[in-house]
Design a protein around this ligand. Sequence first.
Ligand SMILES: Cc1cc2nc3c(=O)[nH]c(=O)nc-3n(C[C@H](O)[C@H](O)[C@H](O)COP(=O)(O)OP(=O)(O)OC[C@H]3O[C@@H](n4cnc5c(N)ncnc54)[C@H](O)[C@@H]3O)c2cc1C
Ligand code: FES
Length: 230
Amino acid sequence: MATIISNRRVAEGIYVMHAAGRFEAKAGQFFMVRGWESYPLLSRPLSVYDQDEQGVKFLYKVAGEGTELLSRMQAGEDVTLLGPLGNGFPAAAGRTALVGGGIGVAPLFYAARHLEQADLYLGYSVEVYEEYEFRSIGHPVTIDCGGRVLDLVDFDAYDTVFVCGPEPMLRAAQIKSAMSAGKAAVYVSLENRMACGIGACLVCSVGCENGRKKACSDGPVFRAEEVVLA
Ligand SMILES: Cc1cc2nc3c(=O)[nH]c(=O)nc-3n(C[C@H](O)[C@H](O)[C@H](O)COP(=O)(O)OP(=O)(O)OC[C@H]3O[C@@H](n4cnc5c(N)ncnc54)[C@H](O)[C@@H]3O)c2cc1C
Ligand code: FES
């Protein structure tokens, strides 16, 4: 159990929850989160948005029942957290770009905070949120609202590119990576549906070049050329 320190609305349908506890999460890892007893049955996976001496933060979008319930929770109430889970982002070598689309910007904040150099590309569909927080890290930030943020990134200018966002964006990143000169190591962070989060149920199974893998325990971060996206 982790007690909620704050749970604030930062844009329409977007919240930041800060939950107390001592965790040692790596950027790109996630927690299975629940704020209810028995229904909905499954906990929901949320990436680590930030971590401080008080606890862990989640930046989340209300998508359905589970996240709606989380958004109604108040400071002082308890959430159940399982994690940190997943592999997280690998060590970034050389010039690095962090590219997020929609709520896919969430894991990039903590990643950016731990990199000496990184260019951030953040794409939003309607409303920009957490801009001040991202800019306060001190890295260059490019924001796109309503367009295709990936189009603004020259993969050939980077050694490492991390991409997190909706599946069409990840597919576009795969194509862009394949068409580039091939210098950059490109990684995508998947947001497959999950049930157990710990590699036990196969709900998150994803096709990869060497057979099927589990997005929760083998990922959620994969090399772009490794995964087969539907
Ligand atoms: C590793 C990982 C990290 C994630 N990190 C974040 C995060 O930091 N912030 C955040 O807001 N969300 C994140 N997500 C997505 C989040 O887990 C889902 O939005 C959430 O589980 C939806 O639960 P719900 O009960 O609100 O919606 P549900 O009632 O379960 O579903 C509502 C709608 O959303 C769709 N949906 C549900 N889950 C997903 C999914 N994983 N991908 C695409 N569509 C889905 C359903 O098909 C349905 O149409 C992450 C997912 C994964 C796997
Ligand atoms: S969610 Fe159960 S194996 Fe990945």
